[in-house]
Design a protein around this ligand. Structure first.
Ligand code: FAD
Length: 445
């Protein structure tokens, strides 16, 4: 009876927490991956680049296992049905995996665990996606943090609270890599590799292949503070998609950041922060963290929303951002904040419309971070900017894209008569309207 390791958002062999535990327990370990029909059927675009990314990563992972004399068994279907089949065919002794904190995943895992239990198999899950999860970073009174800076301070304290050594250096125990290669002999030997379902067989088409690399130069991380806010330069790491799918290890990147640049490490910790928020307050998926903000009477003008989505608002930075997103699946963080602010404050459109649009388009889409980012912009989240601080898109332009490098890269007609001479909603009017509407709604809530 084999042990099964179930890959989900951890598409790598090295430094994989749950896989390490499975291998160390003795094996033989058969790794598997399921293309989840429940998730795939909800995707509208047959060229969704995320499916191509996952497919490519799964194929590479299978090759890695094959080079070790084993294989990655790839299934396609509804997870519970797939698991019913696995139980029948393989009669696993135990199933290992890494934790996924999204509400859908928790429910799915609960159902799989119950099914396995009935079949006499044990289910083991581990932390791998984050440095610290759930209850690990909490206030002294035991409650969760809802403001980033104290979370970060406690996070850092916790990191240093348990030390270990790696390659002759003292490092935090929590950043130590798992030496999976040491136990590769415990993988199930597979003589004839299985077939991996194609994208087309699942109803998708290959999208782009120019995904960002998994490695970032030392120089970029060192100079991150100076470059990260300028969307016209290559000043950020572009690792989001790899963190999302676990094609890199968060421990490895955090270890590296720790020695090079604390600002970068702090950005990585935002992932932990927003995931912690989602774990403690799962209702944020459905509505505002500050529930009184549900009372805001959004304008929700559909034409304005369509113009925002298409990058035709007449605000150059907003238009450039939306076009970058539509063309590449990526948008620079500074611009994400600006487009989100423009949608929720100037256009007075419900932040959830923006959240869902980003969820469809972002290659690095991560439920917790996206939700957190949107709630921050709409001022209704944990640690949000106060509603009376409204981004002025003109001063943002002057500060962060002063010579319009970014705008010109994405809005070729900018500066010609083809480009709108007026924004959909102008700053002064939009700001005053938002202040009035937010203030009134909150006073009455
Ligand atoms: P870098 O600047 O190089 O940062 C490195 C890594 O740190 C990122 O890859 C990411 O994992 C993490 N990180 C940085 N900033 C944040 C942050 N504010 N919140 C959480 N993690 C962060 N990030 C996502 O990963 N997925 C999303 O769906 C997402 N949606 C967002 C929506 C809005 C409205 C806003 C304002 C921000 C959103 N972010 C999201 C956060 C941030 O914009 C992206 O993580 C970042 O732009 C990704 O590019 P990068 O990898 O070059 O980042």
């Amino acid at each position: 009876r084999p042990t099964i390791f179930w890959h989900r958002r951890d598409l790598r062999f090295p430094d994989n927490a749950g896989l390490y535990r499975a291998l160390k327990a003795g094996g033989p370990v058969l790794p598997i991956f399921i293309f989840d029909q429940e998730i795939l059927r909800k995707l509208e675009d047959p060229r969704d680049a995320r499916v191509t990314f996952i497919h490519r990563s799964v194929t590479e992972l299978a090759e890695a296992y094959r080079s070790m004399g084993s294989d990655l068994r790839v299934y396609y279907g509804k997870p519970l049905e797939v698991w019913a089949g696995i139980v029948k065919d393989l009669q696993p002794r135990a199933v290992y995996t890494n934790r996924d904190y999204e509400p859908y995943a928790r429910e799915r895992d609960g159902a799989v665990e119950a099914l396995l239990e009935k079949a006499g198999a044990t289910f083991h899950h581990y932390k791998d996606h984050l440095i610290f999860e759930g209850k690990e970073v909490q206030k002294n009174d035991g409650g969760p943090y809802t403001v980033y800076t104290p979370f970060w301070n406690k996070w850092r304290e916790r990191l240093k609270s348990r030390m270990s050594t790696f390659e002759g250096k003292e490092i935090s125990y929590y950043l130590k890599p798992y030496p999976n290669e040491k136990y590769a002999k415990n993988l199930l030997p597979v003589a004839k590799p299985g077939k991996i379902i194609s994208l087309q067989e699942m109803g998708f088409e290959p999208a782009r292949t120019d995904f960002p690399p998994t490695e970032v130069s030392r120089k970029l991380i060192q100079h991150y503070d100076e470059t990260r806010d300028f969307p016209g330069t290559e000043g950020t790491s572009r690792l989001g998609v790899h963190f999302r799918h676990g094609t890199i290890s968060i421990r490895e990147k955090a270890r590296r950041a720790q020695g090079l640049n604390e600002t970068y490490l702090k950005e990585l910790v935002w992932r932990d922060f927003y995931s912690n928020i989602l774990q403690h307050f799962p209702y944020v998926v459905e509505g505002p963290f500050r529930e009184e903000y549900a009372a805001i009477p959004w304008e929700n003008n559909e034409d304005h929303f369509a113009a925002w989505c298409a990058g035709r608002t007449g605000v150059p930075l907003v238009d450039a951002g939306m076009r970058q997103l539509n063309a590449t699946g990526y948008m620079h963080n500074r611009v994400r904040m600006i487009v989100a602010s423009y949608l929720t404050k100037h256009l007075l459109i419900n932040w959830q419309w923006g959240e869902h649009y980003f969820a469809k388009k972002l290659l690095d889409f991560e439920l917790a971070s996206n939700n957190g980012g949107w709630q921050w912009a709409a001022s209704c989240g944990t640690d949000a900017q106060p509603y009376f601080r409204i981004f002025n898109y003109e001063s943002q332009q002057k500060k962060f894209d002063p010579d319009f490098t970014y705008v010109k890269a994405w809005v070729p007609e900018f500066g010609t008569p083809e480009y709108p001479s007026e924004p959909l909603v102008e700053h002064k009017f939009g700001r005053e309207r938002a202040l009035e509407v937010y203030k009134k709604a909150l006073a009455e809530a």
